[in-house]
Design a protein around this ligand. Structure first.
Ligand code: TXA
Ligand code: MG
Length: 328
């Protein structure tokens, strides 16, 4: 990695549970790894421009791809929000703190580097207890994309953040494995209706129950991506990944990821089981970790079951369609 930013650190990355040393590092302008209930984030003080630049640098992410701001509460976020539509407020009451992000008109306090010059800012109120303790003790917003290199699978454990970013950040705050395992659902308003810009950990069905209608999905585009989920090849492992189908027979040197049981004849050492019973939450929680683990085994290819289009299956399908698109 090129190191032309004074805030990139050169030390080995330490995994820690000490919130106060992580806060000190954030105040100094360092980027650090943080746990959230969705995936681990690469966090920095959103008002410190060199710290925010270092996020883009460390991730090798283009600066036209904006960042989410994380706050303890809506009250703390208020100075940065120009307008919070009442339908978004309904969703906020139902699902925050938790894995949902609101794309809302911003005030001038939000730096352009955060929003890539766009008129709206993405804001979320995470529920992870350790992160909430951190957020309750600082007065600045935290900008945090997922803590992976651009285009790679997002980490859901502290050790995976270290594997991605060792030497580029001083600390990863270890809050254990992420409870949800998939990124937050991103919502905003268009013509007085809620739009889903990224499928995420809150399923479309759950949003619909609160809203009384099924929001439109806008996460496919040929134009400039406005969310990372809009990039066609994203969340991709290095090992070619394809969808499994029932006509396949076991082959040597191939890895298999199954949702509820390992079919007869497939050797256990080549297989990872993502849940005991097909439970979507369990599959979601284990998906990225399992992809990263399988990717590291050095197989020449891997197969994964295709999720259904129900509930969280839509989010799983969105991520896996992108992860497999590169290898068609
Ligand atoms: O669960 C999550 O949301 C995780 C954790 C760490 O909070 N964060 C995350 O951030 O997934 P990231 O950067 O990997 O994906 C968020 C996406 C960005 O790629 C960006 O395109 C979109 O949200 N986004 C952020 N701000 C935006 C804005 N102002 N306008 C449009 N899209 C925006
Ligand atoms: Mg990401």
């Amino acid at each position: 990695m090129t190191n032309n930013c004074p805030y990139l650190c050169q030390v080995n990355t330490r995994i820690t549970q000490n919130i106060s040393i992580v806060i000190k590092a954030l105040k100094r302008g360092n980027a650090v790894g943080i746990p959230t209930e969705t995936v681990y984030g690469l966090a920095a003080n959103a008002l410190h421009s060199d710290a925010v630049k270092s996020i883009y640098d460390i991730k090798t992410r283009p600066t036209n791809n904006p960042l989410i701001l994380h706050f303890y509460s809506k009250e703390k976020a208020q100075p940065y929000i120009a307008e919070f539509h009442e339908e978004l407020a309904l969703l906020e009451q139902a699902f925050s703190p938790g894995p949902i992000t609101f794309l809302v008109p911003k005030t001038d306090l939000v730096p352009d580097l955060i929003t890539a010059g766009l008129p709206r800012v993405a804001i979320r109120f995470p529920s992870h207890p350790m992160l909430r303790e951190l957020l309750s003790n600082i007065e600045f917003p935290i900008a945090a994309p997922s803590a992976n290199k651009y285009g790679a699978v997002s980490p859901t454990q502290a050790i995976q953040v270290k594997q991605h970013l060792d030497g580029a950040i001083p600390f990863v705050l270890d809050g254990g494995p992420c409870a949800f395992g998939l990124e937050s659902t991103i919502v905003g308003m268009e013509e007085n209706k809620v739009i889903v810009y990224r499928h995420g950990s809150i399923a479309l069905d759950d949003l619909s129950v609160v809203l009384g209608y099924v929001p439109k999905i806008k996460n496919q585009t040929d134009d400039l991506p406005i969310t990372s989920g809009m990039v066609k090849y994203h969340y991709a492992p290095k090992t070619p990944l394809r969808y499994f189908n029932a006509s396949l027979t076991p082959e040597e040197n191939i890895g298999y990821l199954f949702f509820s049981c390992i079919p007869e004849g497939f050797p256990a050492h080549q297989c990872i089981l993502l849940s005991d019973n097909g439970d979507q939450k369990q599959i979601a929680r284990n998906l990225y970790r399992s992809l990263i683990e399988m990717d590291a085994k050095g197989f020449s290819g891997m197969y994964i079951e295709k999720p259904s289009k129900k509930g969280l299956g839509l989010t799983l399908l969105d991520r896996l369609n992108r992860a497999t698109a590169k290898f068609k």
